[in-house]
Design a protein. Structure first.
Length: 177
């Protein structure tokens, strides 16, 4: 029995010795397979990463414009001044008109994702109410953004007399989010 254990030990040593001689690195084939798998994963991540970045940038721009419009409304009420927002296809600017009729304009905000419809001038009075329209519930302005191939959560803005909503276009309507 003792002799048999020594034989098994010698056999195990031989097997381990032979494995350690042959397993000193990777074969070229193994290395190529691993590199191809990693490059495929990076390609997939790049495609989805670009879509994510485009979507984030579009949403960020719309949120910023929404925030600027709300801030203009608040400042109009606080300063008791008229607030004017001029929206062009590639930019928008905000100005405040004092009692003497002098308008002070804030710096121009450039848009990466252009306005496809809804350009023009938006005026807010000293109470923060958007001028135009006859009732407070009708949509005064619908601003739609061209976001390209991305599908952001927000791609339009509805301006009512008393509120400003952002949402997603559903055909011809802007569904508030």
């Amino acid at each position: 029995m003792y002799e048999n254990d020594k034989g098994e030990q010698r056999m195990m040593k031989a097997v381990l010795k032979s494995k350690s001689v042959h397993d000193q690195g990777f074969s070229l084939l193994e290395l190529l397979v691993v590199i191809s798998i990693i490059s495929t994963l990076f390609a997939i991540a790049g495609i989805y990463g670009k879509q994510y970045v485009d979507r984030y940038n579009a949403e960020s721009q719309i949120r910023k414009m929404h925030s600027d419009l709300l801030q203009a409304r608040v400042q109009a009420m606080e300063k008791n001044m008229l607030s004017t927002v001029v929206v062009n296809t590639g930019s928008y600017k905000i100005g405040f008109t004092d009692d003497n009729g002098v308008t002070t304009w804030q710096p121009l905000n450039t848009l990466k994702y252009t306005v496809s419809s809804g350009t023009g001038t938006i005026t807010m009075d000293q109470k923060g109410i958007i001028s135009a329209g006859t009732t407070t519930e009708s949509i005064l302005t619908l601003i739609k953004f061209y976001t390209g191939s991305g599908t952001p959560e927000y791609d339009c803005m509805q301006l009512y007399a008393t509120r400003i909503n952002i949402g997603r276009m559903n055909g011809t309507n802007c569904d508030p989010r």
